[in-house]
Design a protein around this ligand. Structure first.
Ligand SMILES: [Zn+2]
Ligand SMILES: [Zn+2]
Length: 228
């Protein structure tokens, strides 16, 4: 039985999503539909922030992350490696830790050479890394949420460009924007003092969080009308 534990890696979470949701996704969802659900649940998560309802926020963000992983699985993007190369213990724009972009936003990204010895292993390790690069004490939860919303939009823009052009360079942009969105996702959870690995291991104790099957057997009509 597939499972997520407090020590799981991002690769293991991505594989878990493939095992539980890969089949129904292939049967019921086009790639654009998967991305639509990333947007839909991310916005519902932001509503939880506005309403100061942490449970609503978290549930919707966990579902967001699941559709996000489904989208990446469809595109055959290994997000753990991409995330590390984009954020190797330093900000991807200013190449500093903690990020100094607020003081002097660089005109263009600085070249980064990752120090392999520092690569986070588990999801918990990525939390620690992002807290060091983007300390939650340096901004509000709402600020982190707005930044995440920006990155959802940029992922969609990159995807639309790729869908039109189908070039390697456009595909790479999708990958980079996916890494940026995931970094903001960690940022929001750090602002909430929630660890994704802990939340996932509680949410996915037994396969799909609703039907508890692998592969998920939830009806399409139920999934598209699901609200939390
Ligand atoms: Zn920065
Ligand atoms: Zn299900």
């Amino acid at each position: 039985m597939p499972s997520i534990t407090k020590n799981s890696t991002l690769k293991e979470y991505q594989q878990f999503v493939q095992t539980v949701y890969g089949l129904p996704n292939d049967l019921h969802f086009e790639l654009q539909d998967l991305l639509n659900n990333v947007q839909r649940f991310a916005m519902r998560g932001l509503k939880g922030i506005r309403k100061k309802n942490q449970e609503k926020c978290l549930t919707n963000l966990l579902i967001t992350s699941s559709f996000f992983m489904s989208t990446l699985n469809r595109l055959h993007i290994d997000i753990e490696d991409e995330l590390w190369h984009r954020f190797p213990y330093i900000c991807s724009y200013c190449a500093r830790q903690p990020c100094q972009c607020k003081d002097s936003k660089p005109a263009q990204r600085k070249a980064i050479t990752p120090d392999k010895a520092k690569k986070p292993n588990t999801i918990a390790d990525f939390h620690i890394m992002f807290e060091k690069i983007y300390p939650s004490a340096s901004r509000t939860l709402e600020h982190a949420g707005v930044h995440m919303a920006e990155e959802v939009g940029e992922l969609v823009e990159a995807f639309l460009a790729y869908r039109g052009e189908h070039t390697k360079i456009h595909f790479n942009n999708v990958t980079l924007e996916a890494a940026d969105l995931l970094s903001c996702f960690f940022g929001v959870l750090n602002s909430l003092s929630i660890q994704l690995n802990d939340a996932l291991s509680d949410f996915y104790t037994n396969n799909c969080h609703v039907c508890h099957h692998a592969p998920c057997s939830c009806e399409y009509r139920f999934v598209i009308n699901f609200k939390s």
